[in-house]
Write a protein that binds this ligand. Structure first.
Ligand SMILES: [Zn+2]
Length: 293
């Protein structure tokens, strides 16, 4: 949690607080993991060959996800879908189809809470309940998980044995539903081993995918799933992503900080969720009838 952002919220400057948090998240720590210490969340594969992974969060959407799957199929591309458990339960067909198509299905919690704000048993339920519905639909457990909002803590990371996957390219498609902007962000910010964040619950995101795929290929990138990227198909080594406030866990003390705010040590216990994080985190996820985009 950024104290500056919190102060901005208390002053009623919500938009500024949201922008600040988003920008600090974009300027997250990126550092090699120390020896055998795994990063709290994987952001990308440093030193990889020219491979990138497209990831789509917050679905499935009964209308948009099938459209996206058809685009991916026509392009001969496989992506990774971090699905929300209750949405997968309500719309299992796109999840089953994605799996049949060779796309990867990951766990994005049951109903998209800020995991560090929950008690430990509730966190475990969020994750295992989603594992179960995914297994029921596709016949096997998801290999990877993604924390809602990328919000993570050492406590949450230690509750189950799983790899959390963040990203190092955020298209901000939920905030700027503009095909040209989404496309140029995804294509131009990608580097070897990048993990690109998009959401298959926004129409303009779906519209941008053909251009994203073509643009990345024109730059020489191969598009791979998270399992292919993290499994070593493209070489490189995993480096971490930790939001300001969480601390560069499992990384060298001399980890360079690339952030506009000072890091603050986060309590390892289940602290009450600061309101700013909830507020700033709401826009990407259209679960409660938000009509922002
Ligand atoms: Zn999400």
């Amino acid at each position: 949690m950024s104290h500056t952002a919190l102060a901005a919220l208390r002053d009623g400057r919500l938009v500024r607080a949201i922008s600040l948090l988003a920008s600090t998240a974009m300027a997250a720590w990126l550092a090699p993991s120390a020896g055998n210490a795994a990063p709290l969340q994987v952001a990308m594969m440093q030193g990889a060959q020219p491979c990138v992974a497209l990831t789509f969060d917050d679905g499935p959407d009964a209308d948009l996800t099938p459209k996206l799957l058809s685009i991916l199929e026509s392009k001969g591309v496989n992506a990774t879908f971090f699905v929300v458990g209750f949405r997968a339960q309500n719309a299992p067909d796109p999840v089953a189809r994605a799996n049949r198509d060779g796309d990867e299905i990951g766990n994005h919690s049951w109903d998209h809470p800020v995991l560090p704000s929950l008690a430990s048993d509730a966190v475990v339920r969020e994750l295992t309940r989603t594992d179960d519905v995914i297994q029921k639909i596709i016949g096997h457990m998801p290999a990877y998980s993604r924390a809602p909002y990328g919000s993570m803590s050492t406590r949450v990371a230690g509750l189950t044995s799983r790899t959390f996957v963040a990203w190092n390219v955020d298209t901000l498609d939920w905030r700027y539903p503009d095909v040209a902007r989404i496309t140029s962000t995804a294509v131009n910010k990608a580097v070897n081993g990048s993990i690109i964040l998009m959401h298959d619950v926004h129409p303009r995101t779906i519209d941008s995918v053909p251009g994203v795929v073509d643009g990345l290929r024109a730059r020489g990138f191969k598009l791979v799933t998270i399992s292919e990227l993290l499994g070593g198909d493209c070489g490189g080594h995993a480096i971490g992503f930790d939001l300001p406030g969480e601390g560069p866990i499992g990384m060298p003390a001399k980890t360079p900080l690339v952030s506009s705010v000072s890091p603050k040590a986060a309590p390892a216990t289940a602290a009450p969720q600061p309101p700013v994080q909830q507020a700033s985190s709401r826009p990407p996820f259209k679960l409660y009838g938000d009509d922002d985009n």
